[in-house]
Design a protein around this ligand. Structure first.
Ligand SMILES: C[S@@+](CC[C@H](N)C(=O)[O-])C[C@H]1O[C@@H](n2cnc3c(N)ncnc32)[C@H](O)[C@@H]1O
Length: 281
């Protein structure tokens, strides 16, 4: 019964994400994130070489595919959304790139480099772990690489600017042991209380253990909230991140409003943010 419920939630989430990404407005926001675009351009200029076979998973408007094509690679670019692929194909520098409307599960060939940007505000909620785990065994050639190649998830105590300072439930006398749900706020309203330490890391090349129960380090300051951020890197260099460092990224920051100094992050399903809660330890 619980599995059926989870399946329905997943089905609904996949459908709403398809609708979301077929809307060009959301891609305009991603393309305007200079920090993200520069990070990928630099990483692709290091990791992709002339004559290599490259797969761009979830190509959207084709930005990463064009960076790879500029390196002289043979590029196949796929996306679930037919509408956004038409936009990708219309770009004059897309000539020579093979665009296909398909889900990554339908890809059959092998590639030297698989590039992707499948990160939502929660880092893992666009199905990146499922997609990459599947492609790793079926489509990555021997000595092939993922770009980005590693991922860090953060759950950090933060201060929130006055503008967003909604009081947490516990300040109204509610018990602190109930699960705390998230809000999303712009990164410029968040200040970190310490140097961030990842609560979970993975290498996309390896078999990945899905995070379920995470215990961030306790904080000595009283926070306004605990916030989720992520960072994706390639060969140790940041490709994209939602950490609230200036210049800010386009990703909003999920925050759990609580002044608790020691918390426990529980993730039932990485793909479904509604299952992410914070509990007191
Ligand atoms: C965050 S956008 C990134 C778009 C583009 N790569 C960029 O960097 O601007 C993710 C895109 O991946 C597509 N997508 C997500 N999962 C996919 C999958 N498993 N197979 C094919 N396309 C997928 C979505 O439709 C969406 O267009």
């Amino acid at each position: 019964m619980q599995n059926l419920f989870k399946w329905i939630l997943r089905f609904k989430a996949v459908k709403s994400r398809k609708t979301y990404f077929s809307n060009i407005r959301h891609h305009e926001i991603m393309l305007s994130d200079q920090k993200r675009c520069d990070g990928y351009r630099i990483a692709i200029s290091t990791g992709v070489h002339n004559g290599q076979h490259v797969l761009d998973v979830g190509t959207g408007t084709g930005l990463l595919a064009r960076f790879a094509a500029q390196q002289g690679a043979y590029v196949t670019a796929i996306d679930n959304s037919c509408k956004i692929l038409r936009v990708a194909k219309s770009h004059p520098e897309s000539i020579g790139i093979t665009f296909k409307r398909m889900n990554s599960r339908m890809v059959k060939d092998y590639f030297d480099v698989i590039i992707f940007e499948l990160f939502g505000s929660f880092g893992l909620n666009e199905g990146v772990l499922d997609t990459i785990s599947d492609l790793r065994y079926r489509c990555l050639s021997q000595n092939g690489e993922f770009l980005p190649d590693s991922f860090e998830l953060f759950c950090e105590p933060v201060h929130i600017s006055q503008f967003y300072n909604i009081l947490p439930l516990e300040s109204f006398g509610f018990p602190i042991n109930m699960p705390i749900q998230w809000h999303k706020i712009p990164p410029e309203c968040v200040t970190l209380l310490r140097d961030p330490v990842p609560v979970w890391t993975c290498k996309f090349q390896d078999a990945i253990e899905i995070p379920l129960n995470l215990f961030p380090f306790e904080t000595s300051d009283v926070p306004d909230a605990w916030a989720i951020f992520f960072r994706a890197s390639y060969r140790g260099v940041t490709v994209c991140e939602s950490l609230p460092f200036h210049p800010y990224s386009h990703w909003n920051i999920p925050i759990f409003k609580t002044t608790l100094r020691q918390v426990h992050l529980k993730i039932v399903d990485t793909f479904l943010p509604e299952t992410w809660v914070i509990l007191s330890i």
